[in-house]
Structure formats: structure tokens, C-alpha cells
Ligand binder design. Structure first.
Ligand code: FES
Length: 373
């Protein structure tokens, strides 16, 4: 007759499954140890964390315990709290001043080139925008440094998707975080933050105004400042007279209108060559005057200035991507990526012998994408 197997002879899984639930799920087998059950449980970090009410996410005993929050830098008294709070609120109010200054500058300071106040326009916009964005940013940083708990947090990498316990722990931490910011209790802080951050929404408004400014101007991208009878002037403002240029000579010219030398779409090149060298298309022959021709100096590829003229070949070279235009044949493209000729300006001479434009360019100046659609 065989004896029944002793407890120790059975597999471990069988042993555990046959024990009462509290024993099988206990912290471990204490046989042969001088540590009794109560003492063992007291060394179990899981039990300790549960006793402290920490979240399930922190219960993994393999993780390094997180350092305790540091409260030592927080203001020691209500008075100090109020002082720190006012510093933060002051920065948020600074942001509001920045936004107001930006708006006032945009609408009140002269924006046109050449006007006396124009030199202040861009710097003031930059200063006030810095105040607006910097005020909110610096206020937030100071708030975190002075009034919030200093806590080092290590975020472990987890698989995507959190279990319900982790989500509950996160929600709890979020609520605690909001509580730590002081927002629920500190009215001044809350309102100044809302005012400062909310006022940033006004910053884009002036740019919408810019859109409105041009909406009724006809074909704003297709026209320049050149008009019939407008004189051709040099960069220094002096008008160009018939005979000023030698054959083979070239001159940068601008329309003699208000701020004409500053208009980005109007610079042109006046070139003189022998009349017999000109081989313009039939419809453009009248646009030249005694061997003088004028072309837009804005490249039709990507808008670089076309200023290099080779008098032997009558070639105009764009330095950006080496497009070459033949000035004698209507600035047609003979090399490079440009897709069309430089627009020609019709010219003649007024009663005093000065060159004048016969009108605007016949087609759009600059890169060809302006014409698409
Ligand atoms: S911009 Fe002139 S060739 Fe590209």
C-alpha cells in the first residue's frame, strides 16, 4: 500500500492552488525564515504604497521611487504669496499693454515709405509684439517657479493605451496639478492670465486689415507705378535726358512719382544701342526711341534683379539662375529657366527732351506665376 505523497513532494502550482486563498496569494513562503508573516508584509513595497494610497501606476516595485515634492521654495506667508502673485500678474498685464501698443502702432504710425514716422513702424511693432508674447511667456515661467510645487517627475515609457487605473491616477494628478497652480483659489492670477493670453487673439487682426486695404485696388499684382507721361528718373531722382547715354550705355530708371525709387515693382533698365541693331517684334518697335529701349529689371523666373548688360552681344544676364535675355530682340529668353521675355516699357521724349513712359508695362512684370489662374 503506497503512502500519499507529502506536501513537499507535490508541484509548487498544486501546493499553491490547494492552500486557502490568503495563504496562496501571500507574499511568499516564509518557511525556514525567522521573519513572520506580519513582518514580511511590512517590508512589502506594494503593501506600503497601498497603505499610502498611491496610484496603481506607481505600485510596480521594480520602479525607482519618485522623489518627494519640494515645497521649500514656496512663499512662507500669505503676504509673500500675494507679492509673488502680483509679480506674475504684472507680467500678464504687460502682455496686454504689448497687444494694445501693437494695435495702436499699426493703426496710428505712418507705414508708407519715405514718411517721417515710417522708420519707427517696424521697430515699434517688434517691441510691442515682444512685450505681448514675452509677458505671457515670462509670467507663466515665473508662476511655475514661484508659486507651484517643485516636483521631479519621471515618465516611464509604456505601451500605447492606458488601463483604467492609470487613467484614474493621471486624472487625479491633473486635478492635483491644477490645484497646485493656485488657479482655483487665486482670482487675480486667474483673471490676469485670461486677460493676457486672451488679448493675444487680437494680434492677427491688423493683418486682416491689410487684406482689406487692397481688395478694391484693381489688378494690384498686374500693374506698376509707370503711367503715360511719367518721366524716367535715376536712383538719385534726376531725370534722364535724350543724349545722356552713350551707345552701349545702360541706366537703372524709376518712375518719377511719389516714392517712385522705392516702389519694388517699378525698377527698369534703359539701354542704348545702335538703331540698326534693334530687331524688335513688330508690335514693340514703336516702344523704342532712337535706339533706346526700356525693360523691367525684375527677372521673369523668380524675380531677381537683372542688371548685368553685355553691350557686345546685347545680352542681359540674371545672376540668380543664369537666365539670359536678348535686349535687341525684345528681351527674349535665349538661355536659362525664365519662361518669358522681360516686359518692355514704351518710351518717348517730352518737350524738354526728357524720356517719359508711354504707359504701364503691357504685361505683368516679375515671375510668371503672377499670371496663372
Ligand atoms: S531669378 Fe532670374 S534666372 Fe532665376
Amino acid at each position: 500500500m503506497s503512502n500519499p505523497p507529502s506536501d513537499a513532494d507535490r508541484p509548487l502550482a498544486d501546493q499553491l492552488s490547494s492552500r486557502p486563498p490568503d495563504e496562496a496569494s501571500g507574499p511568499g513562503d516564509t518557511r525556514g525564515s525567522s521573519v513572520d508573516q506580519d513582518e514580511f508584509q511590512n517590508t512589502d513595497s506594494r503593501a506600503q504604497l497601498q497603505a499610502e494610497g498611491r496610484g496603481e501606476a506607481q505600485l510596480d516595485s521594480s520602479k525607482t521611487p519618485e522623489p518627494a515634492p519640494d515645497y521649500s521654495h514656496l512663499p512662507p506667508s500669505d503676504r509673500d504669496w500675494n507679492i509673488a502673485e502680483r509679480k506674475v500678474a504684472g507680467l500678464f498685464f504687460l502682455a496686454v499693454l504689448g497687444v494694445l501698443g501693437f494695435l495702436v502702432t499699426f493703426f496710428a504710425v505712418e507705414q508708407e515709405f519715405g514718411q517721417p514716422g515710417n522708420v519707427y513702424f517696424t521697430p515699434l511693432l517688434g517691441i510691442f509684439m515682444t512685450m505681448a508674447l514675452g509677458g505671457v511667456g515670462a509670467g507663466t515661467v515665473l508662476w511655475a517657479k514661484l508659486l507651484m510645487v517643485d516636483e521631479e517627475a519621471v515618465q516611464e515609457r509604456h505601451p500605447f493605451g492606458s488601463d483604467p487605473d492609470e487613467r484614474a491616477a493621471t486624472a487625479k494628478a491633473l486635478r492635483q496639478g491644477i490645484e497646485d497652480t493656485g488657479l482655483p483659489r487665486r482670482k487675480l492670477l486667474r483673471r490676469s492670465l485670461m486677460l493676457g493670453a486672451g488679448s493675444l487673439a487680437l494680434l492677427p487682426l491688423p493683418f486682416l486689415g491689410f487684406l482689406g486695404r487692397f481688395q478694391h485696388k484693381e489688378r494690384v499684382l498686374a500693374t506698376t507705378s509707370w503711367r503715360e507721361g511719367v518721366r524716367l528718373i535715376r536712383q538719385n531722382g534726376t531725370p534722364v535726358k535724350l543724349g545722356d547715354l552713350q551707345i552701349g550705355g545702360v541706366e537703372s530708371v524709376f518712375p518719377d512719382v511719389e516714392h517712385g525709387t522705392l516702389k519694388a515693382d517699378s525698377p527698369a533698365l534703359l539701354i542704348r544701342m545702335r538703331p540698326e541693331d534693334l530687331q524688335l517684334p513688330a508690335e514693340q518697335q514703336e516702344w523704342a526711341y532712337q535706339g533706346h529701349v526700356v525693360y523691367s529689371s525684375i527677372c521673369t523666373h523668380l524675380g531677381c534683379p537683372v542688371k548685368l548688360y553685355e553691350q557686345q552681344t546685347h545680352n542681359l544676364l540674371c545672376p540668380c539662375h543664369q537666365s539670359i535675355f536678348k535686349a535687341s530682340t525684345g528681351a527674349t529668353v535665349i538661355f536659362g529657366p525664365a519662361a518669358r521675355a522681360l516686359p518692355q516699357l514704351a518710351i518717348s521724349v517730352d518737350d524738354e527732351g526728357y524720356f517719359v513712359a508711354g504707359g504701364d508695362f503691357a504685361e505683368s512684370i516679375g515671375p510668371s506665376y503672377w499670371e496663372r489662374g
